[in-house]
Write a protein that binds this ligand. Sequence first.
Ligand code: NDP
Ligand code: A1CAB
Length: 274
Amino acid sequence: MTSNNAELRVAILGTGKMGGILLQGFLKAGFLKPEQIFATVAHEARAQALSSQLGITVTTDNLEAAQKADVILLGVKPFQIADVVHQIKPALTPGKLLVSFAASVKTRAIEDAAGAEIAVVRAMPNTPSMVGAGIAALCRGRFVTDEQLRIAEQIFATVGRTVVVDEKHMDAVTGLSGSGPAFLYIIIEALAEAGVNVGLPRDIATQLAAQTTYGAAKMVLETGSHPALLKDEVTTPAGCTVDGILELEEGGLRVTLIKAVKRATQRARELANS
Ligand SMILES: NC(=O)C1=CN([C@@H]2O[C@H](COP(=O)(O)OP(=O)(O)OC[C@H]3O[C@@H](n4cnc5c(N)ncnc54)[C@H](OP(=O)(O)O)[C@@H]3O)[C@@H](O)[C@H]2O)C=CC1
Ligand SMILES: O=C(O)[C@@H]1CCC=N1
């Protein structure tokens, strides 16, 4: 397999919401050209719509797409992964790299479905990949070379950050950063609603809420300071922020978020079998 991305051919089997976001991200970043991508979906009509929208090859034929590619991304639902791997077995020749971004499904289950010593990387990306601000955690199966892991990281790095973790952490990653954008959209929506409640026009309130969330996240990432220290900088003694914090603590926001990530993690542990 080549690590030169001008020659890399990538299949995305299951190009739904997450697969579509990755695909558009790869194109937008200039990482892959349309002719380097072979996407599949379940329905013929959707294949045609996606193909004319993005100018890429989209079919319902997983085996054909897998045969054309060096790296095969698996983006179907967790319970469908084993079936799709069975379908593409003839394409799983030595050197091919399978990258599953399905929640819950272990690298070992994919290796077993393939019935061969195939290189499997498991990834958990998230939807902000659409705007180049995703984060993907990756872990390696038993037959992945350092070079193959590097290629998988390079693929996801085109649409955001990457971290490599032990596979035992992948369900927790799913509950935190895989599901996390949904939790944060609810927080942004609530902040905007609060702004409207205190008299701001909705479009201004939404901008203030979103940019404040973005700015706070950027501060954590770029200063490396503990979030509690950054919070203390905002909280003037006897000022207004501390009154707001009192409400948040009484309302249990902190505990609610911890419970949300715990529940999502627990569900991620079950998804492969349901
Ligand atoms: N959404 C997210 O934020 C994230 C999702 N994931 C993972 O991504 C995967 C997909 O989730 P999501 O994108 O949300 O779901 P979607 O339902 O949007 O996407 C599933 C896609 O798979 C296609 N499909 C179904 N069966 C087949 C098949 N046999 N062969 C080829 N394609 C098929 C569907 O085709 P059609 O469009 O024709 O119905 C659809 O495009 C899941 O495993 C999920 O765990 C991971 C990280 C984040
Ligand atoms: O909700 C889900 O199951 C997927 C995995 C993480 C985000 N979306």
